[in-house]
Design a protein around this ligand. Structure first.
Ligand SMILES: *Cc1c(COP(=O)(O)O)cnc(C)c1O
Length: 472
């Protein structure tokens, strides 16, 4: 596969370069493959549907071909995914796609674990260890730390702001031993990010340490997220014969979104032939993308804190990829968009629980409410000419191509549940009056000893620490 750049289509490079560089520092653009090869229809129409790992291998192959052998790739996938996504029906036309069964209980495990193993593979033919620096305000750091833990040839240093992450988040960042170390910085998240950025531009440091980053714009985090879209669409299509008897259902993916990496992966799966008819872009008050779809103006803005805090993104980095793949008009044919404020999030968690008994997390709750509104009148109202304001919570005024099918009861919704509700226990309990049960791997981490090294917000201290503590 050849990879190009969102800002300069004359750029042509290979997978290895795209992964190891993360982004193109010359243009500031993001890497994207030049094409999205369709899977064979015999594979897509297999009955019963292929397993998650079969799908992962098929979908990954064209993007790594000639750079990673089938054998190596099979090993990477087996090692990355000892867990699978789960599909839970809520009612006859609503399915939850649970993406939180990995080690850190959030969907980012799917991308981060694949990326870690691909980087380790490419690093084998380099001289020396690769050192990943990551600044985090919470969730990304734990997924990256966990994904790289004990992966050969790689070291990770996580920087997080002291006193500004939750107890559970801190435990998920600070209790690693071996090749993953954490520094708790006496400062803000922005201070942490600045220390990392300064390190990347420090030529003297880079003579001794080979540095890399692991942020969410890396193409090796995006591609593997497409696997579960294909898997869930094929599996749900099979189940419909029993669950609702809808022939050839129109499948709508409802995606709680922040940086829009997850939704972009869904677009890749659709391009590769997944039977997905459309998407709902569901956000919190950080409604940059719903506003863009409604008005045609893309306006990045500072982020606003919400209960769905992993989606507190005012300048979604993958907008650039979506805009490189589709025109605004095409997006409007494919997407509905929907947003909720904090009050709406609490009500949505409660209504999901009251009506179905399912405990949903604050991020997933926006998807639940979006789908519930869309299928029970909001979309019909839009088609009927009733206007709605994009500045108010709820559905924004855009009628996608699949709208008529939802109204005609020919659609099913797959709601992506991006985190275990136990990670947001206090918000969930304020909505439904009880705490979600804690999975054992979260309970275990709470018992582990904290190994984070406290550090002043000072670049010289940070640099000296990196040099003194490096693994050889
Ligand atoms: C990161 C995250 C999101 C947002 O995903 P994007 O790919 O940034 O859109 C949603 N929910 C949870 C729990 C997350 O951790």
């Amino acid at each position: 596969m050849i990879y190009t750049d969102t800002r300069d289509k004359t750029v042509k490079t290979d997978f290895r370069t795209a992964v190891m560089n993360g982004m193109n520092s010359k243009t500031g653009g993001l890497y994207i493959p030049v094409s999205y090869p369709k899977l064979d229809s015999s594979f897509i129409n297999k009955n019963p549907a292929p397993t998650f790992r079969e799908i992962a291998l098929r979908m990954a192959l064209p993007y790594v071909e000639s750079e990673i052998s089938v054998n190596e790739l099979t090993g990477i996938i087996e090692d990355a995914y000892p867990f699978s996504p789960k599909i839970v029906p809520l009612d006859s036309i609503t399915y939850v796609l649970e993406l939180f069964h990995g080690p850190t209980c959030a969907f980012k495990d799917f991308g981060a674990r694949f990326m870690a193993r691909v980087m380790s593979y490419f690093n084998r033919s380099e001289n020396g260890r690769l050192h990943i620096l990551v600044a985090t305000s919470g969730d990304t750091g734990s997924a990256v730390g966990s994904a790289f833990h004990n992966v050969p040839g790689l070291d990770v240093t996580i920087l997080y702001p002291d006193g500004k992450v939750s107890l559970l988040q801190e435990k998920q960042l600070s209790t690693f031993t071996g090749n993953v170390q954490a520094l708790k910085i006496q400062g803000t998240f922005d201070d942490c990010q600045k220390l990392v950025k300064t390190a990347f531009t420090d030529d003297e440091l880079r003579k001794t340490l080979r540095l890399s980053s692991a942020n969410s714009i890396n193409i090796a985090r995006l591609l593997p997220q497409s696997f579960y879209y294909m898997y869930s669409a094929l599996t749900v299509r099979d189940r419909c014969a029993l669950d609702n008897k809808i022939d050839n259902p129109s499948i709508v993916m409802v995606v709680p979104s922040g940086n829009f990496g997850n939704l972009t992966s869904g677009l890749i799966a659709r391009e590769m032939g997944a039977p997905i008819e459309g998407f709902v872009a569901a956000t919190n008050t950080n409604r940059t993308i719903p506003d863009w779809i409604a008005t045609g103006n893309y306006k990045a803005r500072p982020s606003i804190e919400t209960y769905a805090n992993a989606m507190d993104v005012g300048a979604p980095s993958n907008f650039e990829r979506i805009a490189a793949m589709y025109t605004l008009e095409q997006v409007r044919h494919l997407f509905a968009s929907y947003w909720l404020d904090n009050d709406g999030i609490i009500k949505a968690i409660k209504s999901c629980y009251d009506r179905t008994g399912y405990i949903i997390d604050p991020h997933g709750s926006i998807g639940w409410k979006a789908w519930d509104d869309i299928r029970s009148g909001s979309m019909e109202n839009l088609i009927g000419g009733l206007s709605c304001s994009y500045e108010k919570p709820g559905l924004t005024p855009n009628i996608p191509d699949w709208a008529q099918k939802v109204v005609g009861k020919k659609s099913v919704g797959i709601l992506l549940e991006t985190a275990d509700p136990a990670k947001f226990g206090s918000t969930v309990s304020s909505a439904i009056g009880r705490e979600p049960s804690i999975p054992s791997r979260l309970a275990e981490v709470l018992k582990l000893e904290d190994h984070a090294v406290p550090m002043k917000n000072d670049y010289q201290l940070f640099k000296t620490w990196l040099l003194d503590n490096r693994h050889k």
